[in-house]
Design a protein. Structure first.
Length: 56
C-alpha cells in the first residue's frame, strides 16, 4: 500500500489515500465536500451513494 501511495503524485495521491483507507467508490470521493467530513469524529458522510441514502 505504501508503495502505491508513494508512486502517486499531485491530485491523485489524496484520492488514492482516501480510497485505500475507506473503501469509498471513486465517484463518492470526487463528490465529497467539506460539509460531508466530520474530522473530530473521524466520519465521512456519503450522500446519494449508489446504495441510496446516507452512509458513514
Amino acid at each position: 500500500m505504501a508503495r502505491l501511495i508513494n508512486e502517486c503524485s499531485g491530485y491523485l495521491k489524496p484520492i488514492v489515500i482516501v480510497a485505500l483507507n475507506t473503501g469509498m467508490r471513486l465517484n463518492e470521493i470526487l463528490n465529497l465536500q467539506w460539509k460531508d467530513i466530520a474530522i473530530g469524529q473521524k466520519i465521512i458522510y456519503i450522500i446519494n451513494s449508489e446504495t441510496g441514502g446516507v452512509s458513514e
